[in-house]
Design a protein. Structure first.
Length: 289
């Protein structure tokens, strides 16, 4: 099977590496070629454009930052969609909005390309360990065709339904992560403002029903003020913005999420954009009176 991979950032580079570890050769493209260098060699070749990559593959993964980036590599001047062979499969693992996934599925169908939305949950270390969760919106036959490839990169695959349902599930999950992290930061700020130590609060809150389990993994970052990105704050803000846009499209009210996404936007303006999204803690606690 001839496989292409576009988008070699924090997550995509680790996913592509795991495909190679399982014996698959890849044709890769990334806007910054230097990020592709570790993948090049006997099992990896670099294509000069998405269009040139598409002519060499039967299965294509995209893992990009936002819908505009996906649309550019798919439909731009050197886009891949018009160059994929009939019956090719395009798996978009990017975190985008459901209406965008449905739009890409329709454009793919006109080219006889099978579209799959398969966003993932899991941080950079989880991606490196090939333990990602895939949320897959696709025709069942298309999922079975690519299942062995997904299992090279993850250990859980959930078929959520048709096109757009995978991105819908990812949106719900990231809404919970983003609002949960912001609410925890506010609670910690209040506790410290009332005279409780950060250690006391962490020791007492983690592991209780009041706190989401993922927050335990953020303690070291907060304790050490080391916010090296596993999931950059700017992309969390982007996902929360897409959630509010999707809510508008479907007539759903998201008052908490709208407020939280603006907190993340302010944190970006304050210099935290490229840090891990847990840096919202730093922003909130620094700004308390």
């Amino acid at each position: 099977m001839k496989i292409g991979f576009i988008g070699l950032g924090i997550m995509g580079s680790r996913m592509a590496t795991n495909l190679q570890k399982q014996g698959h050769s890849l044709v890769v493209f990334n806007r910054t070629r230097a990020k592709a260098e570790p993948l090049l060699g006997p099992c990896g070749r670099f294509a000069d454009s998405p269009a040139k990559l598409a002519g060499q593959v039967e299965v294509l993964f995209t893992m990009l930052a936002h819908p505009d980036a996906v649309e550019q590599v798919a439909l731009g001047g050197d886009g891949f969609l018009n160059h994929l062979p009939p019956n090719a499969v395009w798996i978009d693992c990017s975190s985008v909005n459901p209406s965008f996934s449905k739009k890409m599925a329709a454009k793919g169908a006109r080219r006889e390309v099978h579209f799959v939305d398969a966003p993932v949950t899991g941080s950079a270390p989880v991606a490196a360990e090939a333990k990602l969760n895939f949320w897959v919106g696709a025709d069942p036959a298309d999922l079975e065709r690519i299942r062995p490839l997904l299992l090279c990169m993850g250990n859980k695959i959930v078929h959520t339904g048709g096109h757009g349902t995978g991105t819908s599930m990812k949106m719900v999950i990231n809404l919970l992560l983003g609002t949960g992290m912001a609410a925890f930061a506010e609670a910690m700020a209040l506790g410290e403002g009332l005279g409780l130590s950060s250690k006391m609060l962490f020791d007492s809150l983690l592991g209780t029903p009041a706190v989401a389990p993922f927050l335990a993994a953020k303690r070291d970052k907060i304790d050490n003020r080391n916010y090296e990105a596993e999931f950059p704050l700017r992309w969390m803000q982007k996902d929360m913005h897409l959630a509010t846009a999707s809510a508008y499209e479907t007539g759903v009210a998201l008052p908490l999420t709208n407020v939280a996404k603006e907190m993340y936007r302010l944190a970006m303006r304050d210099g935290h954009a490229t840090e891990d999204f847990s840096a919202i803690y730093e922003f909130v606690t620094d700004k308390r009176p």
